[in-house]
Ligand binder design. Structure first.
Ligand SMILES: [Zn+2]
Length: 150
């Protein structure tokens, strides 16, 4: 579990508690490198997250879909690292205020994670995830990226 402050991957667990009716564990952690404290939600079973699409439709969150997009956009990154990135994204999704998450928020969370790894991969990811086919849509995506990256 990466420290959100310095990205170090080892921390001490100070406290563990059940969260989301036993579907997740809330842990209070202390980073072994910078000493800052942070809270994580770790999934213990499938949490039923829902995605609110741009047109208002609601569909089940699918890790597989995210995984497939990651495989195509981040083919340079090894499986283990990709899997860790998805875990990190899911953890952030679990920390969202509701179990229904707008797809635009998911994109932002994905972007936050990808930006640190590879900004070009984000653009590739978004093209696949959003199924972009026209130059106009692509342009819109780049503009969005620049606005959100600030
Ligand atoms: Zn740290």
């Amino acid at each position: 579990m990466l420290c959100p402050y310095c990205n170090f991957d080892e921390s001490n667990v100070l406290e563990s508690r059940e969260a989301m009716d036993g579907k997740a564990t809330r842990r209070r952690r202390e980073c072994l490198k910078c000493g800052k404290r942070f809270t994580t939600y770790e999934k213990v079973s499938n949490v039923e997250l829902k995605v609110i699409k741009k047109d208002g439709r609601i569909e089940d969150y699918s890790r597989e879909k995210l995984q497939k997009c990651f495989e195509r956009a981040l083919w340079r990154v090894d499986d283990e690292k990709r899997s860790k990135m998805i875990d990190e994204i899911e953890m952030k999704l679990l920390n969202w205020e509701s179990v229904e998450i707008p797809s635009s928020e998911i994109a932002k969370i994905v972007m936050d994670v990808l930006r640190e790894t590879d900004p070009v991969a984000y653009i590739r990811f978004a093209t696949i995830y959003k199924n972009i086919k026209s130059v106009d849509e692509f342009e819109e995506l780049i503009v969005d990226y620049k606005i959100n990256a600030k």
